[in-house]
Ligand binder design. Structure first.
Ligand SMILES: *[C@@H]1O[C@H](CO)[C@@H](O)[C@H](O)[C@H]1NC(C)=O
Ligand SMILES: *[C@@H]1O[C@H](CO)[C@@H](O)[C@H](O)[C@H]1NC(C)=O
Length: 451
């Protein structure tokens, strides 16, 4: 068969985009140069674009914004705006708690409906709150907060069924977890559908539901505060009855790879992605995102951990991390006063220190190989002893560079993701330098997919 050049280009571009990777637990820098701030997030797809709606923790624990980011590849996320922002007083005023925002679309009213956990700073109010928007990522109109059906509600989730009915998943510390039906406009809880009494193996919170085929899957964490635990799931063919015993889905004893469920993203009738938060409880803005593909067979779910993975073009399957070449910073070229520093957790026990600063320390990696021309996720392995992020300008093949964030990382190097266009061959160059005299991270090495 003769392959037309158009076919060949399409095939090449799908290979090229397939080298973008999800890096669980990494620093995920968005184009504004900051770590993505959408914790406890919900997701909604509109016309082939995914929206990630979550908590902005850049100002600490108290509510500042419900942020919205968009992506078409689930890897590169761009800040679009805030659905809600802090006001001078009231529910959205100073020292308030807003957690786990979730959005669904109401086909009848044409409104996007946002539910969230609303609380005082000591979690004494235990309410939900609701708001609506005319566009998914625009400004929302705040409506009210209240206790659903007169009961306490802390962690919550939201589920829209195939038939257009919607449900609030609500955790009431005096009783347990409940599924509560919502009114047709999704603004009011109406009736109890099912509940788990808070006892034995039913001590669950952080609920997230997905329906695959004719089966409902409900995921939740156990109750250990901000600390992670082995999360669980239960299944049923009916929302109101027949729920199975709670079972673990990640490897036993890993505390769900140090994460807590926030959302399960359906990608086909038989596939879904687990989205969790790795909370840093004393520095919430530095919490990271642990997203992993679920392996689903009938009603059985399991999940393996990956350093990184590649969502394939329809997101319904994935590839394990590609083979990588590592490039040691201490073997690269230093500029300014950059120099070797001891790093017991680093490969070779050495990292490049004094990046940035008044003497413009930099490290230049040359001879980086890629087997294709294309957009590639590179992991920058680094340390940052500060509690606030450090930043670097990272230039690829002579471009002007982009600002990359590096969250706190002590002891073992962490990964920060760089999504950049590499050239086929072995003469790619990456420069890591400071920004305006600020200190950059200590750089251990680059991990570059071979493809
Ligand atoms: C989605 O696409 C359809 C068809 O192009 C359009 O009518 C609709 O307004 C779009 N919706 C949004 C939210 O952009
Ligand atoms: C570092 O870079 C800045 C900005 O380019 C420049 O003004 C400054 O002189 C440099 N410092 C040294 C020590 O080269």
């Amino acid at each position: 068969m003769r392959i037309s050049s158009a076919t060949l280009t399409a095939a090449l571009s799908s290979v090229a985009s397939a080298s973008l990777q999800v890096v669980p637990g990494g620093t995920w820098t968005t184009p504004d140069g900051e770590h993505l701030q959408a914790h406890g997030a919900g997701f909604i797809e509109v016309n082939g674009t995914y929206y990630m709606i979550g908590e902005d923790k850049s100002g600490g624990h108290s509510f500042t914004n419900v942020n919205c980011y968009s992506s078409t590849d689930l890897v590169q996320w761009t800040y679009v705006g805030a659905l809600l922002s802090q006001t001078s007083s009231g529910d959205l005023g100073p020292n308030r708690v807003v957690e786990r925002p979730k959005v669904i679309y109401n086909d009848k009213t044409g409104k996007y409906v946002l539910w969230m956990h609303m609380d005082s700073s000591n979690y004494g109010e235990a309410r939900v709150a609701v708001a609506t928007g005319d566009s998914v990522c625009g400004k929302y109109e705040y409506i009210r907060s209240f206790q659903p059906l007169g009961r306490e509600s802390r962690d919550m989730g939201l589920f829209k069924d195939d038939d257009g009915k919607a449900y609030l998943l609500t955790e009431d510390r005096n009783y347990g977890l409940r599924i509560v039906a919502l009114s047709d406009d999704y603004l009011t809880p109406t009736t109890d559908v099912f509940s788990w009494r808070l006892e034995g193996g039913n001590r669950v919170e952080a609920p997230a539901m997905v329906k695959l085929g004719d089966t409902y899957f409900l995921f939740a964490s156990m109750m250990t505060g901000w600390d992670p635990n082995d999360n669980q799931y239960t299944t049923s063919k009916s929302l109101g009855s027949g729920w199975s015993e709670w079972k673990k889905f990640a490897d036993q004893g890993t505390n769900t790879y140090n994460s807590q469920t926030t959302y399960i993203l359906k990608t086909s009738e038989s596939s879904a992605i687990y989205m969790g938060d790795r909370w840093v409880k004393d520095n919430l803005m530095a919490s990271t995102y642990v997203w992993l593909p679920l392996s689903i067979s009938g009603t059985s779910v399991s999940m393996k951990n990956f350093v990184s993975w590649v969502p394939t073009s329809n997101f319904a399957s994935w590839q394990n991390p590609p083979a990588e070449t590592s490039y040691e910073a201490e073997a690269a070229t230093y500029g300014g006063k950059a120099r070797n520093i001891d790093c017991s957790g680093c490969s070779g026990k050495v990292a490049a220190g004094y990046i940035g600063g008044p003497d413009n320390g930099s490290v230049t990696f040359t001879g980086i190989r890629s087997d294709i021309d294309g957009l590639t996720t590179i992991r920058i392995k680094f340390l940052n002893g500060d509690s606030s992020p450090r930043y670097a300008n990272v230039r690829v093949n002579g471009d002007a560079g982009r600002k990359i964030a590096f969250l706190t990382a002590r002891g073992d190097p962490a990964s920060s993701t760089l999504h950049a266009q590499l050239k086929k061959g072995s003469d790619n160059t990456i420069v890591i330098e400071g920004i305006n005299g600020g200190w950059g991270p200590d750089v251990d090495r680059l991990m570059v997919p071979v493809q």
